[in-house]
Write a protein that binds this ligand. Structure first.
Ligand SMILES: [Mg+2]
Length: 246
C-alpha cells in the first residue's frame, strides 16, 4: 500500500510541455494570418518572452512585492510581449493588428494546444486509480483549466495560484492545498520540474517531493536557479519512474 494518499503534480513542464505548446500556438496564430512560420520567428518570439519575463521580474518569486503582484504582472506580460513582437516583425504585415487582440487570439489557441510530457497521461490515469491527484500551478485560472481539460477526469483538486492568492514556493500555497484536501503534508508527494519553486516549497512545507528533471528542459533558466540542492530529493528523468517512490 502506498504511503501517500495524494500525488500533487506541477503543470508546466511536468504534465504539459510549455515550450512545445507555445511554439505550436504561435505557428497556428501566424498561419491564421497567412504568415509563414519559421524557426527564426519562433526564436524571436521566445527571446522576447524571455527578456520580458525577466524585465517584469516574474522570475523573482522570493520577492514579496512580486508575489503580491504576480498575476497582474503576468497579464501585462501576456499582452506586452505581442506589442514588442509586432514592433520587431513589422515587415511581416501584422502592423495593422492590435497587440491586445493578437494576445487574446494567441491565448485562445494556446489554451487548446495540448502537448503533454511523455507518459504524463498514462501516469495520471494509472495513479488516479490509487491516489488522489492534484494539479498545482503558478498561473492564470482561465488558461490553466483549459489546458488541463483533456486530463481533468484524473484530477481531483486544482490549485491555481491566481485563485489562491499565493504562489509557489510560498508555504501558504502548500498549507492551502493541505487544508482544502484535509490531508497532512506527509500524506502527499509533490512532483515538479522547478527546484526553486516546486521542490523548495514542498521541502519548506515538510512534504516529500520528486524532482522531474529532463535533459531537454530549459525551464530552470526562467527562474533563479538554486545553488543549494537537497540531495535527499529523488530525481527522475521520466514520469514513468515515479512508481518506485509511491
Ligand atoms: Mg513547471
Amino acid at each position: 500500500m502506498s504511503k501517500y494518499k495524494c500525488l500533487i503534480f506541477d503543470v508546466d513542464n511536468t504534465i504539459l510541455q510549455y515550450d512545445a505548446s507555445a511554439a505550436k500556438a504561435l505557428q497556428t496564430l501566424l498561419l491564421n494570418h497567412g504568415i509563414e512560420y519559421t524557426h527564426k520567428i519562433e526564436g524571436i518570439f521566445r527571446q522576447i518572452c524571455y527578456d520580458l519575463w525577466k524585465s517584469f521580474d516574474l522570475n523573482l518569486l522570493d520577492n514579496p512585492v512580486i508575489r503580491e503582484n504576480y498575476h497582474e504582472l503576468f497579464k501585462e506580460y501576456n499582452y506586452k510581449r505581442f506589442e514588442v513582437f509586432l514592433n520587431v516583425i513589422e515587415t511581416f504585415n501584422l502592423n495593422d493588428r492590435n497587440a491586445y487582440q493578437l494576445s487574446q487570439e494567441y491565448i485562445d489557441i494556446f489554451n487548446n494546444t495540448h502537448i503533454f510530457e511523455e507518459h504524463a497521461i498514462d501516469v495520471l490515469k494509472k495513479c488516479s486509480k490509487t491516489h488522489l491527484i492534484a494539479a498545482a500551478t503558478n498561473g492564470l485560472a482561465n488558461i490553466q483549466y483549459k489546458r488541463l481539460n483533456p486530463v481533468k477526469q484524473y484530477i481531483t483538486h486544482f490549485f491555481i495560484s491566481e485563485e489562491m492568492g499565493y504562489v509557489k514556493p510560498m508555504k501558504e500555497f502548500y498549507d492551502y492545498m493541505l487544508c482544502k484536501m484535509r490531508l497532512s503534508s506527509k500524506q502527499c508527494l509533490f512532483i515538479g520540474d522547478l527546484y526553486t519553486t516546486d521542490i523548495v516549497g514542498a521541502i519548506n512545507a515538510d512534504m516529500d517531493a520528486i524532482w522531474y528533471k529532463t535533459k531537454e528542459s530549459e525551464s530552470a533558466k526562467w527562474l533563479e536557479a538554486s545553488l543549494d540542492y537537497n540531495i535527499a530529493v529523488p530525481v527522475i528523468d521520466s514520469l514513468n519512474n515515479i512508481y518506485q517512490y509511491l
